[in-house]
Design a protein around this ligand. Structure first.
Ligand code: NAI
Length: 376
């Protein structure tokens, strides 16, 4: 007889541990589809979150991943003040980058449709707009479809402007001014979000240094803005480069107790998801007096953008960019709460997100309940 602490938790125990409402396993043998949809919370509205196409070592890894990611979506939507809950889907594939057939996407679309709006799908790792378009053949409960069909398209420009708003709040908290002119910002990763962010920072009068494993991406930015404005950094030097703000816009888990020791910045504010390896990294930032603007607070522009798909009158990029301005206030709120309670900012953000969900009580969104539907 083994004791509870020694055995691997049962599936329902894992689901209950993070307070999930519903987890659906689905499969369609005819097209080789296997996946899991996790609905963490619908207390604030239908759950929204991306579909991740991924190879996992074990099905348990996939379950743990989807549970973790869907909870994070609840917190992100909550802190951003959206009327949405958190959900996520993972699709288990040996080759997640290979193009998917229409039959496969239709089967996935039917799995999403069976939840009748309790889960609204979006793009995530290895997902493409073509995937969303295929899913949309079977269900209206999918976002990020082609712009010509009422979709919101590439969220990166809105995510980047959200990060910039976060930086304004950081400026106010650290230097008593939201003005970023003259600040030195290191951008790690010049991809979709990073490249847009560099442009916004240049416009704001900041001096920018950029590092990317794909050197050509940095060179493009240097050519666009001039070597005197945008500087090239080696990938290995980015984390420890002296600057006012470090903006991680590439990988997760860049903030560890070891890497935090090397930081030479006053603040960290960037788009990358899951920047903190663990709670110890959050504590280490506080101990070093580095202001960390929590990733899911400042990168909420992506989800704010999607939410605009069901705004009255339909999606408009201008409205989405304007809506992302809320991030300056939410970031300031988190930084202030952390300061008042002398707690790490990551923990303060999670507490804030949980509070709004808890205040909604045991409300659950059911199919048929009123929601601001996206235009069809
Ligand atoms: P992306 O894939 O377009 O860009 C990532 C860039 O980082 C690439 O240019 C890549 O070459 C570079 N890179 C990879 N490893 C690196 C390293 N060690 N050092 C420096 N550069 C490295 O991705 P995207 O869309 O720009 O997203 C960036 C981050 O922001 C990701 O963590 C993503 O999850 C997160 N995010 C993105 C949103 C969006 O709207 N695209 C929304 C919310 C979060």
């Amino acid at each position: 007889m083994v004791t509870l602490s020694e055995r691997t938790p049962d599936v329902t125990e894992l689901i209950a541990a993070r307070g999930h409402e519903q987890v659906v396993f689905f499969a369609d043998r005819s097209v080789g589809l296997r996946g899991i949809i996790a609905i963490h919370s619908t207390a604030l509205g239908p759950s929204l979150g991306g579909i991740r196409f991924q190879r996992y070592d074990t099905e348990r890894d996939a379950l743990v991943d989807v549970l973790r990611l869907s909870e994070a979506m609840s917190l992100k939507a909550s802190v951003a003040g959206l009327h949405q809950g958190g959900g996520k889907a993972v699709v288990l594939l040996d080759d997640p980058r290979a193009a998917r057939s229409e039959a496969f996407l239709r089967a996935l679309g039917r799995a999403v449709h069976q939840l009748a709006g309790r889960y609204i799908a979006a793009e995530d790792v290895n997902a493409t707009q073509a995937d969303m378009d295929g899913i949309a053949l079977e269900t209206p409960w999918v976002t990020g479809v082609d712009v010509t069909r009422g979709g919101s398209g590439d969220p990166s420009p809105v995510t980047a402007i959200g990060v910039l708003h976060g930086m304004h709040a950081v400026g106010e908290a650290v230097w008593d001014t939201r003005d970023l002119a003259g600040r030195r910002v290191v951008v790690q990763g010049a991809g979709h979000v990073g490249a847009h962010l560099v442009g916004l920072l240049v416009e704001a009068g900041a001096s920018v240094a950029v590092a990317d494993t794909d050197r050509a991406r940095v060179e493009r930015l240097v050519a666009q803005y001039g070597a005197g404005v945008v500087e090239t950094l080696d990938v290995d030097d980015a984390i420890a480069a002296p600057c006012d703000i470090l903006a991680p816009c590439a990988l997760g888990a860049v903030l560890t107790t070891t890497s935090v020791e090397r930081l030479a910045c006053a603040a960290v504010c960037g788009a990358a998801n899951n920047q903190l390896l663990d709670d110890a990294a959050d504590e280490a930032l506080l101990a070093r007096g580095i202001v960390y603007a929590p990733d899911f607070v400042v990168n909420a522009g992506g989800i704010i953008n999607i939410a605009q798909e069901w705004a009255p009158g339909g999606y408009s990029r201008a409205n989405a960019l304007a809506a992302a301005a809320v991030i300056e206030r939410t970031t300031a709120q988190v930084l202030a709460a952390a300061r008042e309670q002398a707690m790490p900012t990551g923990r303060a953000a999670v507490a804030l997100g949980r509070r709004r969900i808890a205040e909604a009580g045991d409300r659950r969104w059911s199919p048929g309940d009123p929601i601001p539907l996206r235009p069809t």
